[in-house]
Design a protein around this ligand. Structure first.
Ligand code: ATP
Ligand code: MG
Length: 278
């Protein structure tokens, strides 16, 4: 069972988009790195089982993932891969695909592993896959705060709205934040947020806040080719300033409701959702 942890519970933030290729991994990696630069301890959970995930973006090669934790071959600490100052990556990979089939002993192993991680974690960022599959929704439901990355394209806007609508069915919209990506400038990003807001007010009866936008910037792709976060590769560029601003916006959000935070809470919700019949 859980021991009393001397650490503050981390903020747990899921990053989704509906449509693929609009910048989830870019936002996850750079927000993690920007928070790391600001002195926070960050875990980045790669929950995207496809190819364009955080592990690939950071050029991390590791033979170990969560399945080795479950089989008892590795501890959680042994799985963690340093990714940037203050940031460690948790390789999800195939281990998470099999989560629905975990038995109770494995569930207990996983919860205990996250609960007894012997270091302070301030933020856990979860980079999920594209789409609105049950696995994506399960990860998002287990997070305390949810970021929806979108671009000013009809397909991205439609999918972001679709994702928000499904999440709104069983989750409060209060903790969903838009992150307009690849914006021409702040006004363009704000315009996109306002548009989605108008639609959610009209059809879902409530508004969705914006955390702040990220400009389109060719340095993002140059950094990616070097397998580095842009905030580290080109700290002076426009997108890096935007990511630091996003990190500050996250810091300013009020603390989690008591009882809704913590790694153990995240794992428990994740596993409960995976195990209950749809
Ligand atoms: N603000 C930006 N400026 C320029 N290029 C960007 C920006 N954001 C993302 N990109 C580029 O767009 C591409 C897709 O980004 P990314 O891999 O982060 O999307 P994704 O949503 O994680 O995709 P997937 O759904 O495949 O996981 C990458 O080549 C990335 O470098
Ligand atoms: Mg991705």
């Amino acid at each position: 069972m859980s021991k009393a942890s001397p650490h503050r519970p981390p903020h747990i933030i899921g990053i989704a988009s509906g449509k693929g290729g609009v910048g989830k991994t870019t936002v996850a990696v750079n927000l993690a790195a920007a928070l790391g630069q600001r002195g926070h301890k960050v875990l980045l959970l790669d929950a995207d089982l496809g190819m364009a995930n955080a592990q690939v973006a950071l050029g991390v090669r590791t033979p170990w993932n969560i399945s080795h934790l479950l089989s008892g071959e590795k501890t959680l600490s042994e799985l963690l891969v340093p990714a940037a100052p203050g940031v460690q990556l948790v390789p999800g990979a195939s281990g998470l695909r099999d989560m629905a089939a975990l038995d109770m002993a494995q569930v207990a192993t996983l919860i205990h592993a996250f609960d007894s991680l012997d270091e302070q974690v301030d933020y856990l960022l979860v980079d999920v896959a594209a789409g609105i599959s049950p696995s994506v929704l399960t990860f998002m439901a287990a997070c305390q705060r949810r970021l929806v990355v979108l671009q000013d394209q009809p397909a991205s806007i439609a999918d972001a709205y679709g994702l928000i609508k499904v999440m709104a069915q069983d989750q409060s919209l209060g903790e969903i934040y838009l992150v307009p990506n690849a914006a021409r400038d702040d006004a363009h990003g704000q315009q996109l947020s306002n548009f989605v807001n108008d639609v959610t007010i009209r059809f879902l009866g409530t508004n969705v806040k914006s955390l702040g936008c990220v400009s389109t910037d060719e340095m993002v792709q140059q950094a990616q080719r070097k397998y580095r976060p842009v905030v580290d590769f080109a700290p002076g560029c426009r997108a890096s300033a935007d990511f630091r601003r996003l990190a500050q916006a996250l810091e300013k959000l009020p603390p989690a409701e008591p009882g809704s935070a913590g790694l153990q809470f995240f794992m428990e919700r994740l596993l409960q959702a995976q195990q209950s019949p749809a």
